[in-house]
Design a protein around this ligand. Sequence first.
Ligand code: UDP
Length: 486
Amino acid sequence: LPASARPHVVLLCSPCMGHLIPFAELARRLVADHGLAATLLFAAATDAPSEQYAALAASVPDGVDLVALPAPPADALPPSTPVRERVVHAALSAVPHVRDTARSLVSTAPLAALVVDMASVPARDVAAELGVPCYMFFTSPWMLLSLFLHLPELDAGLVGEYRDATDPIRLPGCVPIHARELPGSLLADRSSETYAGFLSLAKEAARVDGILVNTFREVEPAVGEGAGGVKGMPVYAVGPLVWARPVAVGVNREPEHARLITWLDQQARGSVVFLSFGSGGTLTWRQTTELALALEATGRPFIWAAKRPHEDTADGAFFGTDGGGGNDNDPLGFLPGGFVERTAGVGLVLLSWAPQTSILAHAAVGCFVTHCGWNSSLESILNGVPMVAWPLYAEQKMNAAMLEVHAGVATRVNTAGPAGEGFVCKEEMVNVIQRVMEGDEATMMRRRVGELRDRATRALTMDGSSNLALAKVTDVWKSSTSSDKK
Ligand code: UDP
């Protein structure tokens, strides 16, 4: 069908790069493989697009219409508002714009579905008004989705705070979740607004018509099981959807990217340690120094996608702003004195947005020190790279537990060392990198991650489980669109 006559899907994504990247890949596949047209709306949180957003926007294929919606006024929330509340607020403010876009599309093309992310579920009202189905695309693992869908019943049965529970939460087919692994920022305080907002999103989520989840059966065999007690909720495992195009080549940064790949070409196979803490992850000054000294001590080649330190929060760079340490004259001034000179030739420090998927795809990379954001985890698996798991925020501790205990493709750093809770000391870092790079444990992890890579790749082929699941749901959308027209 010509693009103009195709049934149209409107996708709405809250201001999280970790959501927008898999949303862009979903939209690309809907257009390229499933005969649909796609408009991807990004509920911006700030007026100026971040470098990250610009990099993605520059690589979106022609068939996908990516639109950044106007951000809410800068002074709408007090400056101290936590990231999660800002995200939910931006998503809510986007609803009238989604209504306008969907209404104007409907006048030219049949509308097949509205697809929202976890934070933008309130837009389902627009789908209801227009009589089209509303699906959620969940960009984190099934384990978190299962927890999310079970939250209302967990909440009803809980006395006190989650952190005080002595028994782990057991969800069907998932590794037991211990109190220390729960998403602290969301579940820390049951009387907080953040928690109330999260709980109300969880209740609303039960009202969507179906859920797509960015996972695959071989990594989470229980996906969909029990659907969190929500009767009849269809759950489709459509992952791993990662953005295969060079999203990370920022505007005007191609020469830097080319130099990086040339440097990697010169390194021995499987020798390089790659470190990145996602789009938003930041460390404290003390932790940054300690990590730098650890890297130096390993003597191994490394690429470190570093962010300026942030003292108060582990997601200090979430909206593409930096952590605030250092200064413009000396952008790497937050690293220990002489570090850059001493490691010249051995290691590269990249400030800001790194071409993560290109780096992980390079044969020279032997291990990925990651915060276990779900996209990073999937990208590591798809490239067969074992992980050092250093979770920082959101659901990352749960992901880390699953990747180590269940999938066997990661080793967690010990953050409860003698230097204080949450701090990773130099000796621990050197040791854990060694374990993932060399020896029996490393061999086993490499074999496991290689197997998972092959299965993930298979799931995405034409007759693979994830592609078939997506075909099934798009058939449902298309059939309801055509019957509406009769
Ligand atoms: N990413 C990147 N360059 C960077 C940092 C992140 O390309 O310097 C990409 C990364 O490849 C992944 C996404 O941004 O696709 C981060 O998503 P993830 O779920 O891992 O973490 P989040 O940023 O949501 O915490």
